[in-house]
Design a protein around this ligand. Structure first.
Ligand code: BGC
Length: 711
C-alpha cells in the first residue's frame, strides 16, 4: 500500500507536543520520594534530571544530545516477555543520557501477563455496570498502584472498544456498547491509574470489535465516517482530552483498507482534532510497515525485537531516516512525545523501583474489588420477591453447578486475564453466610443429583457460566447446552430457582419464564463467593445496570448477517452504521430480552419533576420501597428525525443512594455537543425539536421534555 504522506507529522507535531506538555506540567508525581542512586549519580551529566525547566525545554535538551541510534532505541521495543521473566513490552534505558527504561504491562483488569501476587479485580464489564466513574477511579487506583509496585511505567488499559456484537471474545474487558458510558468509565479509570505515577495506555485505537481474522487484511472494517465519529471514537476522545491518557495503542484492525497503525485518517483525528500530545504504541505485532507507520504517527513499535513478527522499526527505520523517506523531524517528534510523557510522570527523577516478583495485592485492594462487584452485579429478575434469601423463609439452600465450586469462573482470558491470589467460590461464600447446616451442593453432574438436591431444598441457586478470551470470538450467545438443561431440570424440580450468570456479555435464557430469579454477576474476580452471598442475602442491595443489551436471540442483533459479522470475502461491513447496541433496538422497535441500562433493586424508585432550565436538566428520584438502595438516573437525547440519528442516545447518568422515602434531585449538564451529529466531515447541530428523556433504563424513561434548538 502506498504510504499516505499527506500528513506531515513534523509540520505541527512538535509544536503540539510542546504546548501540551507545558499545559500538563502541573502533574503531581506520586511515587518514590528520593532520586534513585542510578539517576542521582548521573545528574551532573544530565542537567534535565531534577530540572524545573519547562518540560518542552527538557525534552529539547535530551533530544539535542541524542544520536540517531539513541532515538531509534526510544521508539522500538526490545522484545516480548511473560510472567516474572520480564515485562510484556520494554524500551531500553539510555544510561549515558540518564533516560530510564520503560516497562509496559497489561492490562485493563489489573497486572496481567501471568504475574502472581496481584489482585484479581472484577472484569471491566462489571465496572461499567456500576455506572459510577468514582468507582472506576478507585479501581484504576488499585491497578496503577499494583503496576507501580511491580515496576511497570505503562499500564496497557483501559479497553474502550465498543461491544458491537455480544460474540466478541473481549467483551468482558471492555465497557459495553455505549460510547458515553465507556468514555466516562475510562476517564475515571485513567485518573486512578495515573494518580499512582503510572501511565495509562488506552486501547485499541480504533474500530477493533472482533477477534476473527484480527491483524490480517481480512478484518478490513468498512465503516462510515459518521459511525466512526459517533460510535467508535468518542470514548477515545474522552480518554485523551478529559482523562489525559499518556498513551494510545493502535489496533489490529484494518480500517477502510488501511491497517490502523498506519492509517493517517484515524491518526490525524488524534492530532488535529483532539490536539493529542501523548504517544501512540502499536498493539503487539500490529505494525505492518516502516515509512507509512512513522509518517502516520506510530511513535513506538511493540514489542519489537525478534520472535514476534517483522521488526519494522530498528534497522529498517534507520535506513528510512537515512535515505530521507522518514524526515528527521518526524523521528524527533516521535521521541519527543515519549520523552514528554516520561518527564510529565517524573520518571527521570523517580524511575520505577518495584519488581515483578513483589507481592502487591493488599486487603484494601481486595475491598475495592468487592465494592465494584457488589455495585456492578445486575439483578435481572426477581419474581415474587424470591430474593433476598432469608434464613427464616429459606431454611435450606441447594447450591448447584460446577461454576459454584472449584470451577468458579472469576476472570476472562488473554492479555486482560489476571492470576488470582485465591478464589472464594460461591459455595464457600454462601456456606459462610448462611445458617449452619442449611446448604447442600451438587455440581450438576449427573443432573439427577442436582434435581434431588433442588427438590429437598427450599430454594435452589444455580450457577452457570460462559468463558470469553482474547484471540477467539464466541460462535453463539447460548450457554453451553448442558448448563441450559441443568437449569431447566432444576427449575422443574423447584419453582424457587435463582440463576446466577458468570458471563462476559449477553447470553440467551430459554428457561427465563421458569425461574424466579436471575442475576448477572459477570466475571467477579477473586472474592466471587463473598460478593454473590452479600447480594443473594441482601447485605448489599443490587444496583448494577446492563452496559450491553441482552438480545432474545442472535437474530435480533444489529449485525446479524455474515457480511456484517464476522465478515465475508475479506471485508467486515459495518452497514448498521450508528445503530449499534440499544440505538438499534430502540430505533427499530425491537424488544430485547433485557435492555441497556436495565437492572432491578430490592427496593423501588420513582422519577418526577423533570425541569429544563438553561443548560441544566434536573429530575427527582424517590425511593418508594422499604430498603435503602441505589439507582442510576439516565438521560437520553432524541434528535429531530431529519438527522437520521438513533431514537435515543445516552448523554448523562448519575448514581444516587436513597433511604426509604427519600427523594434527591439529579441534575445533568447538556451542551451543544449533546445535540451534534457527524455530518459530512463536521459536527453539526440541526435546528429543531429535541427530546430529553429521564429514567433508569433505555426502555424505562418515564419523564420527557422537548427543547427547541436554534442554530
Ligand atoms: C492485545 C493487547 C495487549 C498486548 C500485550 C495484544 O495481543 O491485543 O490488548 O495489551 O497484546 O499483551
Amino acid at each position: 500500500m502506498t504510504p499516505d504522506t499527506s500528513r506531515n507529522r513534523a509540520r505541527h507535531g512538535l509544536a503540539v507536543a510542546t504546548a501540551a506538555v507545558l499545559a500538563c506540567s502541573a502533574f503531581a508525581v506520586i511515587g518514590t520520594a528520593n532520586l534513585s542512586g542510578r539517576a542521582a549519580a548521573a545528574t551532573s551529566n544530565c542537567p534535565w534530571v531534577g530540572s524545573h525547566a519547562p518540560i518542552a525545554t527538557r525534552v529539547r535538551e535530551v533530544l539535542g544530545n541524542m544520536t540517531l541510534d539513541d532515538k531509534l532505541a526510544m521508539v522500538d521495543g526490545t522484545g516480548f516477555s511473560y510472567g516474572t521473566a520480564g515485562y510484556v513490552g520494554h524500551i531500553a534505558a539510555n544510561s549515558r543520557l540518564c533516560v530510564p527504561g520503560l516497562n509496559l504491562e497489561d492490562g485493563p483488569q489489573g497486572v496481567a501477563d501471568g504475574v502472581p501476587g496481584v489482585t484479581q479485580l472484577p472484569a471491566p464489564v462489571a465496572l461499567a455496570a456500576t455506572f459510577d466513574p468514582s468507582l472506576a477511579r478507585a479501581y484504576g487506583t488499585v491497578v496503577g498502584g499494583e503496576e507501580h509496585g511491580k515496576g511497570a511505567d505503562v499500564n496497557l488499559g483501559p479497553t474502550v472498544n465498543i461491544v458491537r456484537d455480544p460474540r466478541w471474545g473481549r467483551a468482558f474487558e471492555s465497557y459495553g456498547e455505549d460510547p458515553y458510558l465507556s468514555g466516562q468509565t475510562a476517564v475515571g479509570y485513567i485518573g486512578g491509574v495515573q494518580s499512582q505515577g503510572v501511565m495509562s495506555q488506552v486501547k485499541h485505537y480504533a474500530v477493533y470489535n472482533q477477534e476473527t481474522n484480527r491483524n490480517t487484511p481480512a478484518d478490513d472494517v468498512i465503516v462510515s465516517q459518521r459511525a466512526m465519529h459517533e460510535i467508535y471514537l468518542p470514548q477515545f476522545q474522552a480518554a485523551v482530552t478529559q482523562g489525559k491518557a499518556a498513551s494510545v495503542m493502535c489496533s489490529y484492525s484494518t480500517i477502510n483498507g488501511q491497517y490502523a497503525c498506519q492509517n493517517s485518517g484515524i491518526m490525524n483525528v488524534l492530532d488535529q482534532q483532539w490536539k493529542y500530545p501523548g504517544f501512540v504504541t502499536s498493539d503487539w505485532g500490529a505494525t505492518h510497515s516502516t515509512v507509512a507507520s512513522a509518517l502516520a504517527g506510530l511513535d513506538m513499535q511493540m514489542p519489537g525485537g525478534s520472535g514476534f513478527g517483522t521488526d519494522y522499526y530498528g534497522a529498517p527505520l534507520k535506513a528510512a531516516v537515512q535515505d530521507g523517506q522518514v524526515p528527521v523531524p518526524v523521528l524527533n517528534d516521535m521521541v519527543s512525545r515519549i520523552l514528554g510523557e516520561m518527564f510529565r510522570f517524573g520518571l527521570f527523577e523517580h524511575p520505577p523501583t518495584g519488581s515483578l516478583t513483589a507481592t502487591v495485592t493488599t486487603p484494601a485492594h481486595a475491598a475495592t474489588g468487592r465494592a465494584v462487584e457488589e455495585a456492578g452485579t445486575v439483578l435481572l429478575k426477581n419474581a415474587g420477591g424470591v430474593l433476598p434469601l432469608s434464613s427464616r423463609r429459606d431454611p435450606s439452600i441447594a447450591v448447584i453447578g460446577a461454576d459454584a465450586g472449584s470451577a468458579a469462573l472469576t476472570s476472562g482470558g488473554g492479555s486482560a486475564g489476571v492470576v488470582p491470589p485465591y478464589v472464594v467460590t460461591p459455595l464457600a461464600g454462601i456456606t459462610a453466610r448462611a445458617a449452619s447446616g442449611s446448604v447442600t451442593y451438587a455440581s450438576g453432574d449427573p443432573v439427577a443429583s442436582a434435581v434431588a438436591a433442588a427438590k429437598s431444598a427450599s430454594v435452589a441457586v444455580v450457577f452457570a457460566s460462559s468463558y470469553e478470551t482474547e484471540g477467539s470470538d464466541l460462535t453463539s450467545i447460548d450457554l453451553p447446552a448442558s448448563e441450559n438443561q441443568l437449569i431447566s431440570a432444576v427449575a422443574a424440580a423447584n419453582p424457587d430457582t435463582v440463576v446466577v450468570l458468570n458471563t462476559g456479555s449477553a447470553v440467551t435464557m430459554p428457561w427465563l419464564s421458569r425461574v424466579r430469579g436471575v442475576i448477572e454477576a459477570w466475571y467477579p474476580g477473586q472474592d466471587d463467593g463473598d460478593e454473590i452471598a452479600a447480594v443473594l442475602f441482601g447485605d448489599v442491595n443490587p444496583s448494577g445496570k446492563l452496559p450491553v443489551t441482552f438480545p432474545a436471540s442472535l437474530s435480533q442483533v444489529p449485525d446479524s448477517t455474515a457480511a456484517q459479522w464476522p465478515g465475508t470475502g475479506g471485508t467486515v461491513q459495518y452497514s448498521e452504521g450508528v445503530l449499534v447496541g440499544y440505538r438499534w433496538y430502540s430505533t427499530k422497535h425491537i424488544t430485547p430480552l433485557f435492555p441497556f441500562g436495565y437492572g432491578l433493586s430490592y427496593t423501588s424508585f420513582a422519577f418526577s419533576h423533570l425541569v429544563v432550565s438553561g443548560d441544566r436538566v434536573s429530575a427527582w428520584v424517590t425511593n418508594t420501597g422499604r430498603r435503602t438502595g441505589s439507582d442510576v438516573a439516565q438521560l437520553y437525547v432524541g434528535d429531530p428525525a431529519s438527522t437520521g440519528e438513533p431514537a435515543e442516545q445516552l448523554k448523562g447518568f448519575q448514581r444516587v443512594t436513597l433511604r426509604p422515602g427519600q427523594t434527591r434531585r439529579v441534575s445533568f449538564l447538556v451542551t451543544r455537543d449533546d445535540f451534534a451529529w457527524w455530518n459530512n466531515g463536521q459536527w453539526t447541530v440541526t435546528p429543531g425539536s429535541y427530546t430529553l428523556r429521564v429514567g433508569d433504563s433505555s426502555a424505562n424513561l418515564p419523564l420527557t421534555a422537548h427543547v427547541e434548538v436554534r442554530r
